[in-house]
Design a binder for this molecule. Structure first.
Ligand SMILES: *[C@@H]1O[C@H](CO)[C@@H](O)[C@H](O)[C@H]1NC(C)=O
Ligand SMILES: *[C@@H]1O[C@H](CO)[C@@H](O)[C@H](O)[C@H]1NC(C)=O
Ligand SMILES: *[C@@H]1O[C@H](CO)[C@@H](O)[C@H](O)[C@H]1NC(C)=O
Ligand SMILES: *[C@@H]1O[C@H](CO)[C@@H](O)[C@H](O)[C@H]1NC(C)=O
Length: 315
């Protein structure tokens, strides 16, 4: 029992230390890449403004090392955003009631279509994209030459913002498409697809439609663990972390089991040894005529474990 509890304690410490040691570095690095891209695209999208009129979509040009990404920018008065919304901005429809924080007089919505770069910046292990990742982010419009701005916080109140995906790959047989939202803090939420190609959200961020990929896991897992099936990995690194944790737990279970078996073998061996020694003693005692005395000594000297496990040395 002592060994069993020591092993349980040890495996808990191992798994918790493994997860706490790895999580900060791995999650922040992938989030950082996407945030750096947001900052870069904001600057390039603002370049599309020359003499911008409010409520008009201006398409921007990305640097050549990011060919395949489309960006646009639209400037709005925050009052009109709140009372009227934006009926259509590329795939997005922004209802009335959206407010920004902190308050600014004018703001810019930067639109991103990450195209073939979607998997690079938003890796999602175990899922397949049916549509490019689309982003909608709000920024302060007071300086249209600014670069690397930090986004404003926006929230929809009564009605959600909707995203109607136009280029949707066909859904593989038997799989259910899901909307995925990557918020700007790096967390991921899944929700149901509406009317075949619409996702809704109460906040800004990056959106797409995915299905669980049918490809089998690269490494065989000996036992399907409920914690891995129920939780959604954040990114490639998250999945790796989860996997290594599962391996630690599996290792602990096997190690603990091996220890128990070894302990059992040891006890049996000690029993047999004691029995044999006792026999010798009894034989010798019988010769001298002191059999009764020696048997009592044998049983009182038996170690606790052998008594508990029914190893009766006395007889
Ligand atoms: C692409 O090029 C731009 C400008 O040349 C540079 O600022 C940026 O860091 C590059 N981005 C990537 C992802 O290589
Ligand atoms: C996306 O496609 C463009 C050409 O259309 C190519 O230059 C670029 O390298 C591709 N990006 C990725 C990540 O494959
Ligand atoms: C992100 O985190 C910040 C600070 O922790 C919080 O104020 C903000 O509401 C979060 N945003 C989202 C979209 O969850
Ligand atoms: C994600 O889902 C959880 C629960 O389903 C919800 O509490 C949370 O607000 C959602 N986050 C976002 C960013 O939508």
């Amino acid at each position: 029992m002592l060994l069993l509890s020591m092993w349980l304690f040890w495996s808990l410490v191992m798994s918790s230390s493994a997860s706490s040691a790895q999580s900060p570095s791995s999650s922040s690095s992938s989030v950082g890449d996407a945030r750096a891209l947001d900052g870069l695209l904001q600057g390039y999208a603002y370049r599309a403004f020359l003499n911008p009129r409010t409520g008009i979509v201006y398409d921007g040009v990305v640097p050549s090392n990011l060919t395949g990404i489309q960006i646009s920018a639209m400037r709005l008065r925050s009052g009109s955003l709140k009372t009227r919304g934006v009926s259509m901005y590329k795939e997005f429809r922004v209802p009335k009631g959206v407010v920004e924080q902190p308050y600014v007089e004018r703001l810019v919505f930067v639109y991103q279509n990450l195209g073939n770069w979607s998997m690079q910046y938003y890796p999602l292990q175990g899922y397949m994209y049916l549509a490019p990742v689309l982003g909608l982010l709000a920024y302060d419009a007071s300086d249209l030459t600014a670069i690397n701005l930090h986004h404003l916080d926006i929230r929809a109140s009564d009605q959600p913002i909707s995203v109607q995906f136009s280029e949707l790959r066909s859904v593989p047989d038997g799989s259910v498409p899901k909307c995925v939202l990557f918020d700007l803090n790096g967390s991921i939420n899944f929700s149901n697809v509406l009317s075949g190609n619409i996702c809704t959200t109460f906040q800004q961020g990056h959106f797409s439609i995915v299905v669980e990929s049918v490809a089998p896991f690269p490494s065989p897992s000996p036992s399907p663990s409920p914690s891995q099936g129920g939780r959604i990995p954040r990114s490639g690194e998250g999945q790796e972390k989860n996997k290594s944790r599962v391996w630690i737990i599996v290792g602990s279970v096997i190690g603990g089991f091996a220890l128990l078996v070894m302990l059992g073998v040891l006890i049996i061996w000690v029993c047999k040894y004691k029995k044999r020694k006792n026999m010798h003693k009894m034989e010798r005692a019988a010769e001298v005529g002191e059999a009764l005395h020696m048997t009592t000594v044998g049983s009182t000297k038996a170690p606790a474990a052998t008594v508990i496990l029914g190893c009766d040395v006395g007889n």
